[in-house]
Design a protein around this ligand. Sequence first.
Ligand code: GLN
Length: 204
Amino acid sequence: GPSVGVLALQGSVEEHLECLGRLGVRGIPVKRKTEIASVDGMILPGGESTTIGKLLRDFGLMEPLKDRILNGMPVWGTCAGLILLARHILGEKPYLDVMDITVRRNAYGRQIDSFKRYETIPAFGQAPMPMVFIRAPYIESVGGGTEALCELEGHIVAARQENMLATAFHPELTEDAGVYRYFLKMVEEAGNQGFIPVSTKKTN
Ligand code: GLN
């Protein structure tokens, strides 16, 4: 079966590896260029985007990771990982700069630093699923090639663009495997077709 890397610089790495293991998928902690080159898909975990972004640069991983994403490797960013994927971060410079979304960091303010909701998200399952938000961003807007998969109280919290998936919440902290199944299908399909380069060009 395919192997799924979890970027292992900072954040909720172990939790993702455990969830992959429960689903019978080989999860690989990724810290090196050679590991980026060998996995079939990658998860960018939650944590602190400024820290993970700095470590990506310091370890020379930013370009190799960006290249693989642009060449079609399936990638799923959760929370801080979503911020890393974004082409636009309000008030800040982008990191990987690959996904056509505009992101607001720490969007839910102090009083609701962390919260949990249950929603049915058709892309991920037919029943209400738990969504855990921790100092979460939301997606202010998406570009033309990007599909919003879930809105919560008027804000986009999950989106898909070609080989890229982003969730503002943390499925690795719940028992619900719906988002994993969705992502693993993306990995499987990319494996069957060969990786298809991202067609979206920078427009601004
Ligand atoms: N607040 C963090 C950031 O801006 C994200 C929080 C998380 O990943 N749970 O990077």
